[in-house]
Ligand binder design. Structure first.
Ligand code: C2E
Ligand code: CA
Ligand code: CA
Ligand code: CA
Length: 281
């Protein structure tokens, strides 16, 4: 009756107010957090399924909030996307990645490409490509070692897909690699594959996680992998958790795999230990 609805409204107000307060706290904390060095770049290795060698990595941001602990990006990236702060975070992650690549080169470690996530917000910054070039130049990193991950759904922000194609073209002209992240999580994936000249497809885990034991799903994924190969696009499977998935992905010719089955995202120091020959430790 009447009382019920009043209770519901009051409860709803509380929940909303709590959420807004919590979000406000995060937003207030983040501006100074960058200056205080609370953000850290973790690396998750990408492996060749056949040789089990590390052939690349993805940079993933972490927030060490004093008194709170390690905050996962899904708790703050969406907020930062709303207020634009994500542009600063992504720039920080890119610079850190360049700094690491520089360090590995100086140490004589074999070069491997590292990918960084590019929030859709960056794609509306006319200076974006220039900033990416400047970061690589500052650290003397060959652009071919840097891969920019653009999520499949950022295309939804563009009324005209041609503008996004233009940005990818500019990145290519400068020598960078571009990948389509979370491929298969949207509804227009094949159309995007047709229109966007990406170098790498990152198969979303949702795309093969449940389907590996289902003939229909397997056929779709095998065909996508085949199509990518014909378009000269490398396929990377992410979120690989089981040896069964590795076997399946290998059987359809997807050799680069990333996921908890192999390694979780880790601090740079740990990643470097993993890459260094044992005798040099
Ligand atoms: P993403 O780009 O799709 O990154 C992959 C996420 O899957 C990572 O979560 C990674 O830790 C997780 N993952 C890796 N292997 C497995 C697995 O085997 N099983 C499962 N269940 N998960 C796995 P993480 O690091 O928490 O990041 C979540 C999302 O936050 C990322 O998804 C990305 O969208 C965003 N993000 C992370 N770092 C950045 C950044 O520097 N900039 C921006 N703009 N977004 C970021
Ligand atoms: Ca990613
Ligand atoms: Ca992804
Ligand atoms: Ca994702």
């Amino acid at each position: 009756g009447k009382d019920d609805s009043r209770t519901t409204v009051a409860f709803y107000d509380h929940a909303v107010r709590d959420r807004i307060l919590r979000e406000k706290q995060i937003e207030d904390a983040m501006a100074s957090a960058l200056e205080k060095g609370e953000f850290e770049v973790y690396l998750q290795p990408k492996y060749s399924a056949s040789t089990r060698e590390i052939v690349g990595a993805e940079s993933l941001v972490r927030w060490n909030r004093p008194g709170v602990g390690l905050v996962p990006p899904n708790d703050f990236i969406p907020l930062f996307e709303r207020d634009g702060f994500v542009v600063q975070i992504d720039a920080f992650v890119l610079r850190e990645t360049c700094r690491m690549l520089r360090g590995w080169a100086d140490e004589g470690l074999p070069a491997i490409p590292v990918s960084v996530n590019v929030s859709r917000v960056n794609l509306h910054d006319p200076g974006f490509v220039g900033k990416v070039c400047a970061a690589a130049r500052e650290y003397g990193v060959p652009p071919g070692l840097i891969e920019l991950e653009i999520t499949e759904t950022s295309v939804l922000d563009f009324e005209n897909i041609g503008r996004l194609t233009g940005i990818i073209g500019e990145l290519h002209d400068a020598g960078f690699l571009v990948s389509m992240d979370d491929f298969g999580s949207g509804y227009s994936s094949l159309n995007l594959l047709r229109r966007l000249p990406v170098d790498v497809l990152k198969l979303d885990r949702a795309f093969f996680a449940g389907d590996a034991d289902n003939a229909r799903g397997r056929t779709v994924i095998a065909e996508v992998a085949d199509l990518a190969r014909k378009l000269d696009i490398q396929v990377v499977a992410e979120g690989v958790e089981t040896s069964g998935q590795v076997d399946f992905l290998t059987s359809i010719g997807c050799d680069v795999v990333q996921g908890y089955y192999f390694a979780r995202p880790m601090p740079a120091g740990e990643f470097e230990r993993l890459r260094r020959p044992q005798n040099k430790n």
